[in-house]
Design a protein around this ligand. Structure first.
Ligand SMILES: Nc1ncnc2c1ncn2[C@@H]1O[C@H](COP(=O)(O)OP(=O)(O)O)[C@@H](O)[C@H]1O
Ligand SMILES: [Mg+2]
Length: 312
């Protein structure tokens, strides 16, 4: 089942007192299955936040349709099952973390009787219990993000929208947030993550999409990127001489990437074995044989660059 469906979605912003129009989303089509972590990537201004806002009816489309939970029912009803961590969220600085969760939990329709227990549960989940009674003006950026995540989880949502959730968080904090998100996924929740941090999305997402200037330029399984790798690197403990290299190159498409490293474009796995045989015949020891991955970052850069040249 698709938990989110987006059809031919276009959003054009028009400033009230000017004729200038900005196309934030241009004919976007996307389907997101239930129970996955989905990462929406794109440079600043690509339209990521606008997309989340339209799904949550904070902004309205110029044309096209969106559907949550495969349901035609009123979006307000559907929003009861969603959580949202907005980008650059701000809470009143004089409140404590506990008060923020209590107040926003109530605004979000949490059951009044259970609210204390729920606040305590979500604070524990994001490891913020010891800061519960501290005013948030003393919180660091990382603590604010954790609090925002806790707030997004107050109503025990099935679908969670997180807009740049690890913004301003250090690497350890990021890996802790990744763990929390993985646990939420294992509970069957679906997570929609907006991020400009490619490696982050690559590490955690099952599927991803890339937005550039309002257009969806790629969408697919993150594993497809790495599984289809056709290049293998062989590292050796000594320099590979030109004569050995030429011998291997007679048969296979092999390049030297440094003095003691070969890069092989595979048509078949036996290419690697042949190269290893040749190296070993010359008493060269193999240190590692590593399939090269195309990272999401490389693909992102090439897609965005292609789009720029097409526009020119
Ligand atoms: N309320 C608004 N009014 C006018 N333009 C807007 C508004 N919100 C966003 N935009 C513009 O729409 C484009 C997409 O913005 P946004 O969705 O925030 O992108 P992202 O989240 O990927 O950085 C940008 O050019 C931005 O300036
Ligand atoms: Mg944004």
């Amino acid at each position: 089942m698709n938990i989110i469906e987006i059809k031919n979605l276009t959003k054009v912003y028009q400033k009230r007192y000017s004729k200038k129009k900005i196309t934030a989303l241009n004919n976007v089509n996307l389907e997101i299955p239930k129970g996955i972590i989905f990462g929406l990537l794109g440079p600043n201004g690509a339209g990521k936040t606008t997309l989340i806002k339209i799904l949550l009816e904070i902004a309205y489309p110029t044309s096209g349709q969106t559907k949550l939970f495969d349901s035609e029912e009123n979006r307000t009803e559907m929003k009861k099952f969603t959580g949202y961590l907005p980008e650059n969220h701000k809470y009143p600085a004089y409140l404590t973390g506990e008060a923020v969760l209590r107040i926003f939990g109530q605004l979000g329709g949490c059951d009044y009787k259970n609210i204390k227990a729920r606040v305590s549960y979500v604070l524990d989940l994001v490891d913020m219990k010891k800061w519960a009674d501290t005013k948030i003006k003393k919180y660091s950026k990382g603590m604010m993000q954790r609090l925002g995540l806790a707030q997004a989880l107050m109503n025990d949502p099935k679908l969670i929208f997180l807009d740049e959730p690890t913004d301003g968080i250090d690497p350890i904090g990021r890996s802790e947030i990744r763990e929390i998100l993985k646990n939420l996924k294992s509970e069957g929740k679906t997570i929609f993550l907006n991020s400009h941090l490619l490696s982050e999305v690559e590490m955690i997402s099952d599927r991803a999409a890339i937005l550039n200037k309002g257009e969806l330029v790629w969408d697919g399984a993150v594993s497809d990127l790495t599984e289809n790798s056709k290049i293998v690197r062989i590292s050796t403990d000594q320099n590979i001489s030109d004569s050995v290299l030429q011998e291997i190159q007679k048969k296979y498409d092999i390049k030297k990437c440094s003095q003691n490293c070969l890069s092989i474009a595979l048509s078949e796995i036996k290419d690697v074995n042949y190269a290893i045989d040749e190296l070993r015949k010359n008493n060269i020891n193999i240190i590692s044989v590593i399939p090269e991955k195309q990272s999401l970052e490389e693909m992102f850069i090439s897609l965005i660059k292609n789009a720029e040249t097409e526009i020119k």
